[in-house]
Design a binder for this molecule. Structure first.
Ligand code: 5AD
Ligand code: SF4
Length: 382
C-alpha cells in the first residue's frame, strides 16, 4: 500500500506528519508523491487562521469524485482543525467519504485507527472513525520517518499556557507539557549517530522558553540548550518559537556563547503598540521588547532577527499601525511574517468590538510587505 500526506501549517505539524509517516512506514506502507496514487490519503490540518482552515476544507472536498471511483482508498483528516470538536463533527457530516477523523491529542492512535479501517474495508463495512481526545499527554517512542533532509525537528515542549487573546493554539494543543530532558538528549544523540553529515537540529515548541517550568525546579530552556551543545557531533542548533516575555538573560547568553547555536532568533512581537499588546494579552511592552532586542544586538552583533506581526487586531487604529511600522524600522528585522487578524472561534479577540474591516487589514499587510522589501534592499546595499 502507498500513502500520501498533505501538511498544512507550522513546523510542529510538519514534524507530526513525520510521525504519522513513521507509523505507516512501520506497517510497511510506503510514501508516494502523487496524491491520486495513494491508498491512504492523510490531511494534517492547521487552524491558526481561517484561510488555513478553508484551504484544508477545499482540498478534502476535492477528493469526492476520486473516492467515488476508488472507494477502497482511505482518507484521514487530523491536526489542529479537527481537534476542535464542533469542526470535526461538521466535517464528519459534510464529507461522508472521509474515513478517519482525529485531533492533535491522539495522533499516536493513528496506527490502530488505520488497522481497524483496513479491516473494515476488507469486509466491506463502511464504519467510520471520529475520535477527538481532550487529554493532554506526552507520547514517547513513536517511530519518526524524517523527510526534511538535513533539518531534524525535535519537540521539547507541547502546548501553550499563554492564551494570547487572538490565538486558538492553547485550545487545540492543550497546556504546556515538557518532555523529559533525557528523552530529548537521547533523541538528538540518535540523530547524530544516524549520519556523518553536518545536520541542523531545530528544537520545537509553541513557547520553547517555557521548557522545564512544568517539570523541573532548576532546569529550564537555557540549561537544555547548554547541555545539548555539549553533545559531541557535527551539528548546528536552532529553535522556535520564543515568547518575548519569557526569554531570559541565560538564554541570550547561551545564544551568544555557544558556537553550535545559529545566530538567529525568531521573536514574534505581533504589534508595535502597547495598547494593542495589552489587548492581545502579550504581557510585555515595546520598551521591554526593545530592551531584549538591544541586549541581543549588543552581545551578538551579527544576529538575524525575524518576527511575526498581526495587522488589524480589533481596535488597531492608524496610529497603532504607525507604531508597528516604526518598530519594524527600528529593529531592522531580517524577515517579517505579517498576517491579517483572523477571528478564531472561542477566543477572546473574536468577541471584541471594533473589528477592523478587511480592506484596511489588506492595506496594512501590503504596506508591511513593501516596508520589508525596502528594509531588505537597504540592507543588501549596505
Ligand atoms: N489571526 C492572525 N494571525 C494569527 N497568528 C496567531 N493567531 C492568529 C490569528 N487569529 C499569528 C501570530 C503567530 C503566528 C504563528 O500566527 O503572529 O505568531
Ligand atoms: Fe498562541 Fe500566544 Fe501561545 Fe504563541 S504564545 S501559541 S501566539 S497563545
Amino acid at each position: 500500500m502507498k500513502y500520501h500526506i498533505t501538511t498544512f501549517g507550522c513546523q510542529m505539524n510538519v514534524h507530526e506528519s513525520e510521525k504519522l509517516a513513521g507509523i505507516m512506514e512501520k506497517l510497511g506502507i510506503v510514501s508516494c508523491t502523487k496524491l491520486e496514487d495513494a491508498d491512504i490519503i492523510v490531511f494534517n490540518t492547521c487552524a491558526i487562521r481561517e484561510g488555513a482552515q478553508n484551504r484544508a476544507v477545499g482540498n478534502i472536498g476535492s477528493l469526492k469524485s476520486l473516492k467515488k471511483h476508488y472507494p477502497q482508498k482511505i482518507i484521514a483528516v487530523c491536526g489542529c482543525m479537527t481537534q476542535q470538536e464542533q469542526i470535526a463533527k461538521k466535517l464528519y457530516k459534510m464529507f461522508p467519504f472521509v474515513d478517519i477523523i482525529f485531533g492533535t491529542k491522539n495522533f499516536d492512535k493513528f496506527e490502530s485507527y488505520l488497522i481497524e479501517t483496513i479491516k473494515n474495508k476488507n469486509i466491506n463495512s463502511k464504519k467510520r472513525i471520529i475520535s477527538i481526545s481532550q487529554e493532554d499527554n506526552v507520547v514517547e517512542n513513536l517511530p519518526i520517518f524524517r523527510s526534511s533532509g538535513k533539518n531534524f525537528w525535535v519537540n521539547i515542549i507541547y502546548g501553550c499556557n499563554n492564551f494570547c487573546s487572538y490565538c486558538i493554539v492553547p485550545y487545540v494543543r492543550g497546556r504546556e507539557r515538557s518532555r523529559n530532558k533525557e528523552d530529548i538528549i537521547n533523541e538528538i544523540k540518535q540523530i547524530l549517530n544516524s549520519t556523518n553529515e553536518k545536520v541542523r537540529i531545530t528544537l520545537l515548541g509553541q513557547n520553547v522558553n517555557s521548557y522545564g517550568k512544568d517539570k523541573y525546579e532548576d532546569y529550564g530552556f537555557a540549561e537544555l540548550l547548554n547541555e545539548i551543545c555539549e553533545i559531541d557531533g557535527n551539528f548546528e542548533l536552532t529553535f522556535m518559537t520564543s515568547h518575548p516575555k519569557d526569554i531570559t538573560d541565560k538564554v541570550i547568553d547561551a545564544i551568544s556563547h555557544q558556537n553550535k547555536i545559529i545566530k538567529e532568533l525568531h521573536l514574534p512581537v505581533q504589534s508595535g503598540s502597547d495598547k494593542i499588546l495589552k489587548a492581545m494579552n502579550r504581557k510585555y511592552t515595546i520598551k521591554s521588547y526593545m530592551e531584549i532586542i538591544n541586549k541581543l544586538k549588543k552581545l551578538i552583533p551579527n544576529i538575524r532577527l525575524t518576527t511575526d506581526i498581526i495587522v488589524g487586531f480589533p481596535g488597531e487604529t492608524d496610529e497603532d499601525f504607525k507604531k508597528t511600522c516604526e518598530l519594524i524600522q527600528n529593529v531592522n528585522y531580517s524577515g517579517i511574517f505579517a498576517f491579517m487578524f483572523s477571528p478564531r472561534e472561542g477566543t477572546v479577540a473574536e468577541k471584541m468590538e471594533n473589528q477592523v474591516p478587511y480592506e484596511i487589514k489588506n492595506q496594512r499587510v501590503n504596506h508591511l510587505l513593501n516596508l520589508e522589501k525596502e528594509i531588505q534592499n537597504n540592507n543588501s546595499k549596505k
